[in-house]
Design a protein around this ligand. Structure first.
Ligand SMILES: *[C@@H]1O[C@H](CO)[C@@H](O)[C@H](O)[C@H]1NC(C)=O
Ligand SMILES: *[C@@H]1O[C@H](CO)[C@@H](O)[C@H](O)[C@H]1NC(C)=O
Ligand SMILES: *[C@@H]1O[C@H](CO)[C@@H](O)[C@H](O)[C@H]1NC(C)=O
Length: 474
């Protein structure tokens, strides 16, 4: 019995160590970063959650005029907490009920600086009679401080000043190990059998999502939502052509990309279709359209140099034909940071022979700005479930492959990535990597597809700096 207890205790402490309860996290639920120029909250220069803008916001938080001198230090210490690498754990933005101060510090601050304190947290506790608006005696003030902090103070360890103990254990970013988890952050949900995404290359912060039916939806990364009106509705495209070709069907629409600023869509054939070579069918074709313009009666324009534009016996959208099942590919563009050219990435087909149930889904080399720890690693998928990562040993030139752990909610707050089946991977204009995830083994048009962005929970680069570097629009 005693032995069992011991094992349980050891196991429990192991679980506690291995789960990410004390991992630093910012209020946007992403990893903290370095901000070497920090001056107002220099304690968070090595690892924190405020770039320039966040620090300036903290600096603007000043004590109320009647408390100016006495409360300057309290105000500064409290307003800098938004820059703490644990701010995501201290400020629960979904529930504004608590302030990130431990009980005794809360009471001390209430006694000395209550106007400033209430201003910082935008609270009016006298409204529901919790405290009096203007306490007249010391006893009354003391009673108010206790009542206020009973209701609003937070529990250790995620409260100030106790949080400083955790902060001191995490003064610098933790280097990533190959077995560390990444997060899969959902950026678009309720997709119907999504197949691929494409970046239009115009720095407009949009991503186009291709669904199997041929619908192309627009994800606005600025607004963080999928726009109501699709960019292209294949059902409607077909209904136009059905007037001349009543038996028109469309095969499995599988890939999407932009080239010369025209949208290309690869359409496979349905198993029964024999019309891969028939130019009055979309099956087995790559179509090429101009989505920034419209021809009469169409949702798009036909590029003037499409090969069959003058052929009355062919659909003018067709760009190339004869494909049975076109799929997806990517190219290593080289590392823009250190100029290091990795050895050619030829898929080590032989290493998949022992994992017969692995279905390789091609991915991307990571060269984005946001996640420096992932730089130069090849992230790809396994159609039968899960993700893989490969990295090159710079000394030997050998590529090592690992299963890529996708963190659960203990590492990635709010994560819900139970069964992750990978339809494809994609990239945005900032070279951030996304997973197009589908429900497995269902051809039903259920809206359960999700687009996830891969993020590193241990460290990122200052998002503002990355934004400046990469995007025309902020
Ligand atoms: C403010 O923070 C500094 C640095 O951690 C600390 O020495 C000081 O006691 C704090 N003052 C208050 C009022 O919280
Ligand atoms: C596509 O068009 C069809 C026919 O007009 C319509 O029923 C369907 O709802 C449209 N799909 C989307 C996603 O808008
Ligand atoms: C089109 O479909 C109809 C009904 O299924 C069929 O009778 C007809 O033969 C088909 N036409 C062609 C050209 O395949």
């Amino acid at each position: 019995m005693k032995g069992l207890f011991l094992i349980t205790a050891v196991l429990l402490s192991f679980l506690q160590d291995s789960c990410g309860d004390d991992l630093p996290i910012c209020r946007d639920l992403r990893a903290p970063f370095q901000y070497p120029d920090a001056t107002y909250c220099p304690q968070y220069a090595e690892l924190g959650c405020c770039g320039k803008r966040g620090e300036r916001r903290a600096e603007k938080t000043v004590p109320c005029s009647q408390e100016k001198e006495a409360c300057a230090e309290y105000t500064r210490n409290i307003s800098c907490l938004t820059c703490s690498p644990f701010s995501g754990r201290m400020f629960d933005d979904s529930d504004n009920a608590r302030i990130p101060l431990c009980r005794s510090y809360c009471a001390e601050t209430y006694r000395k600086c209550r106007y400033s304190l209430l201003k910082i947290f935008k609270l009016r506790p006298w409204r529901d009679g919790l405290v009096s608006r203007n306490p007249e005696t010391e006893e009354e003030l003391e009673r108010d401080a206790v009542a206020f902090c009973e209701k609003y103070a937070s529990e250790a360890p995620y409260c100030y000043p106790q949080i400083m103990a955790l902060e001191s254990q995490h003064t610098s970013p933790r280097p990533r190990s190959p077995t560390d988890c990444v997060c899969a952050v959902p950026v678009a949900t309720r997709l119907v059998q999504p197949q691929a995404i494409a970046d239009p290359g115009d720095k407009s912060n949009r991503l186009f999502i291709l669904e199997e039916s041929g619908n192309v939806k627009i994800l606005d990364r600025g607004l963080n939502k999928v726009l109501e009106e699709p960019l292209l509705n294949m059902t409607r495209v077909l209904s136009v052509d059905k007037e001349t070709e009543p038996n028109l069907t469309v095969g499995i629409v599988s890939a999407l990309y932009f080239k010369d600023s025209y949208l290309h869509i690869a359409i496979g054939r349905t198993p029964e279709s024999k019309d891969v070579l028939n130019l009055r069918s979309y099956n087995g074709k790559i179509i090429r359209i101009d989505v920034d313009d419209q021809d009469p009666g169409k949702e798009y324009a036909i590029p003037p140099d499409n090969p069959f534009i003058n052929d009355p016996d062919a659909f003018p959208e067709i760009y190339a034909y004869g494909f049975v099942q076109p799929w997806r590919c990517s190219v290593d563009p080289g590392d823009p940071v250190d100029g290091y050219a990795r050895s050619d990435l030829i898929f080590p087909i032989n290493s998949y022979t022992y994992g017969r149930d692995i279905g390789l889904v091609g991915g991307y080399m990571y060269y984005g700005c946001l996640h420096p720890n992932l730089n130069g690693k090849y992230i790809f998928g396994d159609y039968t479930g899960g993700m893989l990562i490969m990295e090159e040993d710079r000394d030997t030139g050998e590529w090592e492959r690992h299963r890529l752990c996708i963190g659960d909610s203990s590492i990635c707050p709010g994560a819900d990535v139970s069964p992750l089946f990978v339809a494809s991977l994609g990239q945005d204009s900032n070279q951030e990597i996304y997973i197009v995830a589908i429900e497995r083994d269902t051809m039903d048009a259920v809206a359960s597809g999700v687009l996830y962005q891969i993020t590193d929970p241990t460290l990122r680069n200052d998002p503002q700096e990355c934004n400046k570097k990469n995007t025309k629009f902020t």
